[in-house]
Design a protein. Structure first.
Length: 270
């Protein structure tokens, strides 16, 4: 059983919800990311989504766009991100790591090269925002052969027929985008999210984690009550931007945000 499947199975047995933080690798500097990853685990992270910096992050709002710019300013590349996973694995062999990003850097490296190196460093899952399931057959097959999960997105506009195809192509967990728009958007309708998740739960046994719009413990708990997990990105990356001139404050600030969410989620009925 993969680390991702094991994590969700253990959480389900405990009556708890997954807390999945996202940070951009290399932001604000490449040598800071490893420490942030360990700090997030200590603050309650169950899975970490590690963003690969890209020059045109079309699905992301200004917060993540600027994070990519900061990381790229220091030359952070896909191979560097894989190196960060390898370093993390030297002291943590249990927390799943999911690489999230765009197709271009992977195509530039080559599918087979990327998958082989990803397996070697201990990567658990891959979510490529601009790679739909219909075009992912070859790539997903390579990932499956190395026991790396393929994760795809569901959205408020996803039809039931389309969702069935996405679910069939997905392993690990499904990422439900709770808002129409980019990351960091403000308006969140929990009732609408709950209705959509109920529909999707009827066609898959995969865990469904909700991202976009989760800012604090209250929103994490509201969505955690209707989902298998919550994903938080902009609220954490905002702390990098806030304390970029005082880098020693970044990890504690991110940890506080995540710990508040962990406590709120753990108060939900099991």
């Amino acid at each position: 059983m993969s680390r991702i499947k094991t994590t969700f199975a253990n959480l389900k047995a405990q009556g708890r919800k997954a807390l999945i933080p996202f940070i951009t690798a290399g932001d604000p500097k490449p040598d800071a990311t490893l420490g942030y990853m360990h700090a997030l685990v200590e603050a309650g992270a169950d899975i970490i989504e590690l963003g690969v910096p890209f020059s045109d992050p079309m699905a992301d709002g200004p917060v993540i766009q600027k994070a990519c710019e900061r990381a790229l300013l220091h030359g952070t590349r896909l191979v560097d991100v894989l190196g960060m996973v390898a370093e993390f694995r030297k002291t943590n062999n249990t927390t799943p790591i999911v690489l999230m990003g765009y197709l271009n850097p992977i195509e530039a490296l080559g599918y087979e090269t990327f998958v082989n190196e990803a397996a070697q460093v201990g990567l658990d899952g891959v979510l490529i925002v601009d790679l739909p399931p219909e075009e992912a057959t070859e790539f997903s097959a390579l990932l499956t052969a190395k026991q790396i999960d393929s994760i795809f997105l569901l959205a408020p506009t996803t039809t039931l027929d389309r969702a069935k195809k996405i679910c069939a192509a997905t392993t690990g967990y499904l990422y439900y985008v709770s808002l129409k728009g980019v990351t960091g958007s403000a308006t969140l309708d929990v009732a609408e999210v709950a209705e959509k998740l109920d529909t999707f739960a009827g066609i898959t046994d995969l865990p469904i984690a909700v991202g976009f719009g989760i800012r604090d413990g209250a929103t994490a708990a509201a969505l955690g009550a209707v989902a298998d997990g919550v994903i938080v990105g902009s609220a954490l990356v905002n702390k990098v931007a806030e304390f970029v001139a005082e880098p020693e404050k970044i990890a504690p600030a991110m940890s506080q945000v995540l710990n508040d969410m962990r406590q709120a989620l753990d108060k939900l009925p099991g």
